[in-house]
Design a binder for this molecule. Structure first.
Ligand code: ZN
Ligand code: ZN
Length: 409
């Protein structure tokens, strides 16, 4: 049995005026997806719980079957995954800001005058020369503007305080352990040493010398926060005995899936944006299905358009996806299942993630066929799957593939 899970990020939406009171899914011409809905089982899915808006990180954990209340390690580790750092169990990751500090510890601007990505990247490059402190391996990676991620690898703990005071004109406090363990004490000491070393490098860096001369706030301190340790997720191969792969443009999704023991398959031209090469991603997915039982295909553009409050672009992007399948779909054998769903609703009205459920459809071998004949948030509510939780989805798919174990005798 082969399973393809197509995850349309932020696919759920709310009705818009420009779409005559319809959601992008209702308004789009998507004959292929509607055909799957007609020949399959449909329902609504709350990624975590009704009315709880989730991030892509917690949403994906849930949909892969990991209760985010148990497994979510905080933003630091997911930011690191998103930056393309392959975290190992036990690594401690932080989100960091470049900041302007006067005197010893007074944070006058925790975004260093919104320093440009280009300048910040040069600073991170200089700081990256420090690869180790007190036997702890150090990885620092720039993300955007004043932001970066820091990973400490070794005998470290995430039980340490934020250095970032979270507000301007407050003093930062050097990291302190928040429990009694040896590792927490060591981590706080090593991080303090590291940050002092960073400060010296930053004060003397040409980027900051230039900024000082131009009267701009200097980025003379790095402020970590949100320490978190990547949990070891029980892999899919152990939970269900299946071999899984992920195809995605953005690093976050590759990171989450690889933490779940799935292989990352690269599709050329996959960018994680509206301009991604859909043809390449879909072709790669079907090729990958030859060697894997379960392929997770992540498409980001739906979420991006909704964040831009652009329901028309969201609808036309859905039409582009549908058009590819209409033209090229060729199921890889009789025992094949496709599931199409999203990780959360992204409202084109507010441009934000919201807590409305998302539609889910399952089509293929052994799937009960219900009367629903369109794939969208409203029609799906009449489907045979009813209303499920994100953490139910993998069980349902794996059960269709006869990969689940009986509970009881
Ligand atoms: Zn998302
Ligand atoms: Zn989003």
């Amino acid at each position: 049995m082969k399973i393809l899970l197509i995850l349309l990020d932020g696919v759920g939406d709310r009705p818009s005026k420009v779409l005559n009171g319809l959601t992008p899914l209702q308004a789009a011409r998507i004959p292929f997806l509607n055909g799957l809905a007609r020949e399959g089982a449909n329902g609504l899915m709350d990624p975590v719980s009704p009315g709880i808006p989730v991030g892509s990180d917690t949403g994906h954990l849930a949909i892969l079957g990991y209760d985010p209340y148990k497994y979510y390690p905080g933003r630091g580790p997911f930011e690191a995954l998103g930056a393309g750092i392959r975290l190992k169990p036990g690594d401690v990751a932080f989100r960091c800001n470049f900041a302007t500090v006067s005197g010893d510890t007074k944070v006058v601007d925790r975004r260093a005058g919104r320093i440009s990505s280009q300048e910040a990247a040069q600073l991170v490059e200089a700081l990256s020369e420090v690869k180790e402190v007190d036997g702890v391996e150090v990885i620092l990676k720039h993300t955007v503007e004043h932001r970066s991620v820091l990973v400490l690898r070794g005998e470290v703990s995430d039980k340490i305080t934020d250095v970032d005071p979270h507000k301007d004109n407050l003093d930062f406090v050097w990291p302190k352990p928040t429990d009694e363990t040896r590792e927490a004490k060591w981590t706080a000491e090593a991080l303090t040493k590291l940050l002092r070393r960073y400060r010296e490098i930053l004060e003397a860096h040409p980027v900051n010398i230039k900024r000082r001369e131009a009267g701009l706030p200097t980025a003379n301190m790095l402020l970590p926060r949100g320490a978190g340790m990547m949990p070891s997720l029980p892999p899919l191969s152990v939970r269900f005995g299946v071999k899984g792969a992920v195809i995605a443009g953005a690093a976050l999704y590759k990171g989450v899936c690889s933490s779940a023991g799935m292989d990352v398959v690269e599709a050329p031209g996959a960018t994680g944006t509206l301009n991604t090469d859909l043809n390449s991603k879909f072709k790669t997915a079907f090729e990958t299905l030859r060697n894997y039982d379960f392929v997770f295909l992540h498409i980001k553009g739906t979420d991006t358009a909704a964040h831009d409050k652009d329901p028309l672009t969201k609808a036309s992007f859905l039409e582009k996806i549908d058009a590819w399948f209409t033209k090229n779909f060729n199921p890889p054998g009789a025992e094949f299942i496709i599931c199409v769903t999203g990780d959360h609703t992204t409202s084109s009205l507010s441009g934000e993630h919201r807590g409305d459920p998302v539609p889910v459809l399952i089509w293929g071998y052994g799937v009960r066929i219900d009367p629903v004949d369109r794939f969208n948030e409203v029609d799906a509510a009449r489907g045979a799957l009813g209303r499920i939780k994100g953490t139910d989805l993998m069980n349902i798919l794996m059960d269709l593939a006869n990969k689940t174990e009986k509970f009881g005798e």
